[in-house]
Design a protein. Structure first.
Length: 183
């Protein structure tokens, strides 16, 4: 099936789309990567991208910072609010394709995410193991499993502690059916 070409109709669409991507990625990302994602998703290159990022910064929807000569962008609370309100104005098929591209840039490590685990006995002889990921903004992921033995709970805890991103991506894949989470 041929993918439907979708074009952003102007700077407002570009800004909404950028906020949507930044809200989804949820961590500082370098400016060239943001522009690369937009270009890849829209299959067009325009000088409006820099202008749009500048206007988003002026309006307080994003903040920028230069680290080692590279400009990084982070969405602000007001930008998150705008992205949430205008999410549905983006074509659903285009939005889905764009999320696939953004998924490549989801890195828990770069977000400063921390893996937390807890094992607690339940009634009887079973154990509940809870796995959580948190970052500076709060909870990202929590899942609990009840297993028959303490050793099984410890295996789950140890695997998650050493591979939190792969567990997170596997659960996200199972919940969404998006194969790109496994990449």
């Amino acid at each position: 099936m041929k993918k439907k070409n979708f074009k952003l109709k102007g700077t407002v669409d570009i800004k909404v789309f950028m906020l949507f991507l930044l809200e989804y990625i949820r961590h500082p990302i370098d400016k060239p990567t943001v522009i690369d994602i937009v270009c890849t998703c829209t299959e067009e290159l325009t000088m409006d991208y820099d202008k749009c990022l500048g206007e988003l910064a002026e309006s307080g929807h994003i903040i920028t910072d230069v680290v080692d000569g590279e400009e990084y962008i982070l969405i602000t609370d007001s930008g998150k609010m705008v992205a949430g309100e205008l999410f549905d104005t983006i074509d659903p098929e285009f939005r889905e394709r764009s999320l696939k591209e953004a998924i490549k840039h989801l890195s828990l490590e770069s977000r400063g995410a921390k893996a937390l685990t807890k094992i607690e006995p339940t009634e009887g002889t079973r154990f509940k193991v809870t796995l959580s990921l948190v970052d500076a903004e709060g909870e990202i992921f929590t899942a609990s499993f009840t297993v028959s033995s303490l050793s099984e709970a410890e295996k789950i805890r140890n695997h998650f502690s050493t591979n939190p991103e792969s567990v997170y991506r596997g659960v996200f894949f199972s919940a969404t059916g998006r194969f790109e989470y496994l990449a």
